[in-house]
Design a protein around this ligand. Structure first.
Ligand code: SF4
Length: 456
């Protein structure tokens, strides 16, 4: 389905790549003048589909478009080059955080195990001049733990506040932008207020880590490597934060495809290196993930927590039942024939639209929904799983799903570092600082009724 409002030329997701040839000569250029198109340019030439466009806003303002154009390898190399110049006043500490859903892409692309892919990526980035490479799994830990608490609170409030449930996840920027801009105030009260992993990582790097290093936040340039373009908009729209001295949490987002293109055109015979942690010289020895099918795992973790907290039930294995299609799953907790909890995973905009229509009619039976804009979830993000003609690369996706499924799971509650950070950084698990740093509010506009009638 093609978005009728857009042409390839008008879409901001195209124009933001235009400047790649201008990358400074001091650094390896991602775009060579040999006439051959790199993967990212090929992606950029692909057709624009409706699911791509919902988050790009048909047309960001001129100012936003200009800022989005900086969310590119050009900006990244600009900082690398400044750091090589004599004027140290312009130097910045360059930090790159990698999403766990990007790692299977690099593993598949370079035919490596996921641990080797992580070490190769880290070693490569360090060879370019990046100072620290982090994994965003720790940020997802916070996002999940806060979502768990919020669900239990909303469940108790539900009898007085009708819109407390269903609670809809807020980790996917494509979905959140659509909810805020198109669906508006009837829906936004259902959105979980826990920040997304990328937003939490911005605070961890620019606040916690900056303090550890005795650096003002503006002296750090924070890049996130992510599976989709929507996270670029998320970084931009988050704006500057008062808690960070007016700095942004994330300065630049590069898609996995953009980074792979730089790697393909560079010398890869660099020394592999273990990923850093936020805790001094300590390195990440393993790669972990959360218990989700191609996602950060909000559904599975919130479900287990709610079953235990609300009903005293210990859930070991989560059983997903596919309903109308493979992107709509249901998970229930039942006792003596009664359904105590009914959760769903709705991926892709067809399922999102069905969910919204049922919500509007008051016929939506779920307590919680994990909502993701991409069919099949984050591994299928448009920044990493496309064929040259702009369609989903099913073979690559299957390969990435296999790799992701083999990564060991670590529940967020079991991370000693997270518990330490709650105490040291956030002044406790229920403090005002937790609310300020780990939660957000939503723009509450009137719904755009025309858009609800879009034919999908
Ligand atoms: S579902 Fe797609 S758009 Fe949403 S965060 Fe994941 S990759 Fe990005």
């Amino acid at each position: 389905l093609r978005c009728v409002k857009l042409t390839t030329k008008e879409c901001s997701k195209k124009t933001k790549t235009d400047d790649q040839e201008n990358v400074s000569v001091d650094a390896p250029s991602p775009a060579q003048d040999n006439g051959e198109k790199g993967e990212f340019h090929k992606l950029a030439d692909a057709k624009v589909f409706l699911s791509d466009c919902l988050a790009c806003d048909n047309c960001v303002t001129v100012e936003e478009g200009a800022q989005l154009s900086q969310q590119s390898t050009k900006d990244f190399f600009h900082i690398l080059n400044l750091n090589k110049k004599c004027d140290t006043s312009k130097h910045q500490v360059l930090v790159v955080s990698v999403c766990p859903q990007s790692l299977p892409y690099f593993a598949a692309k370079f035919n490596l195990s996921v641990i080797d892919a992580s070490r190769r990526l880290c070693g490569f980035l360090k060879s370019l001049g990046v100072h620290y490479v982090f994994d965003t799994t720790i940020a997802a830990d916070f996002s999940i733990l806060e979502s768990q608490k919020e669900f239990v609170r909303r469940y108790h409030q539900h009898s007085e506040e009708r819109r407390a449930l269903p609670m809809l996840t807020s980790a996917c920027p494509g979905w959140v932008r659509y909810a805020e801009r198109v669906l508006g105030s009837p829906l936004t009260p259902h959105l979980c207020t826990a920040k997304s992993p990328q937003q939490v990582m911005g605070s961890l790097v620019k606040d916690y880590f900056a303090r550890q290093q005795n650096l003002p936040p503006e002296k750090i340039f924070h890049v996130v490597v992510a599976p989709c373009y929507d996270k670029k908009l998320e970084a931009l729209r988050d704006g500057v934060s008062t808690g960070l001295n007016g700095a942004r949490g994330t300065d630049c987002v590069l898609t996995s495809g953009e980074v792979a293109q730089i790697m393909e055109q560079s010398d890869l015979s660099v020394k592999d290196s273990a990923v850093d942690t936020l805790f001094g010289d300590l390195k990440e020895v393993a790669v972990w993930r959360h218990d989700g099918v191609s996602s950060d795992g909000h559904l599975a973790h919130v479900f287990r927590h709610a079953a235990k907290e609300l009903f005293g039930e210990h859930v070991e294995e989560i059983t997903y039942r596919a309903l109308r299609n493979k992107d709509f799953h249901e998970v229930t907790l039942e006792k003596n024939g009664e359904v105590l909890l009914r959760f769903a995973a709705a991926y892709g905009f067809r399922n999102i639209q069905n969910m919204v229509l049922k919500l509007k009619k008051g016929k939506f039976p779920y307590h919680f929904v994990e909502v993701l804009a991409c069919p099949r979830g984050c591994l299928n993000g448009r920044g990493q799983a496309q064929t040259e003609d702009g369609h989903a690369d099913r073979a690559l996706l299957r390969q990435m799903e296999g790799i992701y499924a083999d990564i060991p799971i670590r529940p967020p509650e079991s991370s000693a570092h997270v518990q330490e950070l709650y105490q040291e950084w956030l002044e406790g698990t229920e403090s005002p600082k937790v609310q300020e740093v780990l939660h957000r509010t939503y723009q509450s506009s009137e719904p755009c009724t025309d858009s609800l009638d879009i034919k999908w």
